[in-house]
Design a protein around this ligand. Structure first.
Ligand SMILES: Cc1ncc(COP(=O)(O)O)c(C=O)c1O
Length: 384
């Protein structure tokens, strides 16, 4: 039997540790932006947009003020408005459906696959209505949705696909990166994302020249030439400071993702080594990388069986081990979307995931001691 690991606090995420490793690269570019006193769009944003387009593998990338605004702008570019439907996953961050509602449209929810937590392509065709303007799969937790069958349905119906890739920069499906499969990819640079800024930020990727032009106009109130507006947009601009910082961080992204992948494997292996029980016996179900997918583990989300998630949370909290529930209420059951008619039971897999899932620490700078204490605590919990 392995030795009992010494107790050690394990935060869910420790951005200070990451910052310490890149501080000497980041500080000079902050100074450069401050010295130049150019803060909105400009050459820093343009250079970062080119770098992201190259990284994702699309012709264009258009910097935005957040992931939410990236989704909103992409839907506006696709012409989503009152009376339209957007088919999407009910098991996601709020903005996935919030952006739809803000345009006066309706989200039609298509339940998820239990293994990946992503939209189930087998249920997609039945969710399409004559008013469907966009299909928005969500690449949740750092893993791509099963894009081939989704694109097949979309193509047959002539409907554009917006990938909500906010959690999945660097993830890939059959060798192509997230954000390079649909008409649009929407990304977030919220600080806790794998590529996180020092504030809010986002970007939309696309291969479509016309859509790229429209998106650039939409992010500056629809302006095409100064103070001339053919369409109504918003202030969705990315700051130069964020672009400069994110550009410095980008070359580190794949290495950080490798660290997350290694930690995910190691934590599961340690859990088993410490005698952790399988899910069916009250233990944990660890996330799986689907065939053809490259998972970047923005979140490391396990399922806790037998209605014991609350007990797991209590144990982890008592041991100063960080954890979070993403997401406790699926979108079809959110009070503000009641008018869309979602009822308990309408998306059973999403509702089950909302009851069972728990996100655990996986960030690349976790120490060997932290991984051992985390895995041992989880294994001990599973046997209780
Ligand atoms: C799946 C998903 N979609 C959209 C967003 C929205 O991104 P942001 O917080 O940058 O607006 C997030 C970020 O939390 C997300 O995780």
């Amino acid at each position: 039997m392995s030795e009992i690991p010494a107790p050690v606090p394990v935060p869910l995420l420790d951005l200070k540790k990451q910052y310490a490793t890149i501080k000497s690269e980041v500080r000079p570019v902050i100074d450069e932006v401050c010295d130049a006193q150019g803060f909105i769009l400009g050459p820093r944003v343009e250079a970062f947009e080119r770098a992201i387009a190259t990284y994702v593998g699309t012709k264009h990338a258009i910097g935005m003020s957040s992931g939410t605004d990236s989704q909103l702008a992409a839907m506006m570019a696709a012409g989503v408005g009152p009376g339209d439907d957007v088919v999407t996953s009910p098991y996601s961050f709020f903005s996935t459906a919030g952006a739809v509602a803000r345009l006066g449209a309706r989200a039609v929810f298509c339940d998820i696959e239990p293994e990946t937590f992503n939209l189930d392509p087998a249920k997609l065709a039945a969710a399409i209505t004559p008013r469907t303007k966009v299909i928005q799969p969500v690449h949740l937790y750092g893993q791509c949705s099963d894009m081939d069958p989704i694109l097949e349905v979309a193509k047959a119906k002539g409907i554009p696909v917006l990938e909500d890739a906010c959690q999945s920069l660097g993830a890939a499906y059959k060798g192509r990166r997230a954000g390079a499969h649909g008409t649009f990819g929407a990304f977030s640079f919220f600080p806790s994302k794998n590529l996180g800024g020092f504030g809010d930020g986002g970007i939309v990727t696309t291969d479509d020249d016309e859509m790229a032009m429209t998106l650039r106009a939409l992010r500056t109130h629809g302006e095409t030439t100064r103070y001339h507006h053919r369409i109504v947009g918003g202030n969705f601009r990315l700051d130069a400071l964020q672009a400069a910082i994110l550009h410095v961080k980008l070359p580190h992204l794949d290495g950080w993702a490798e660290g997350r992948r290694r930690n995910a494997k190691e934590i599961e292996a340690l859990y088993l080594e410490f005698g952790g029980k399988p899910f069916e016996q009250g233990g944990l179900k660890f996330p799986r990388e689907a065939a053809g997918c490259h998972h970047v583990y923005n979140q490391f989300v396990v399922r806790v069986g037998k209605g014991r998630r609350e007990a797991a949370k209590e144990l982890l909290a008592a041991r100063q081990i960080g954890h979070a529930v993403y997401y406790p209420v699926p979108l079809h059951l959110q009070e503000c979307f009641a008018a869309w008619g979602g009822k308990p039971g309408s998306c059973p897999e999403s509702e089950k995931a909302a009851r069972e899932t728990l996100a655990l620490p996986v960030f690349p700078e976790l120490t060997a001691e932290q991984k051992r204490f985390l895995s041992w605590s989880l294994a001990e919990f599973s046997r209780a």
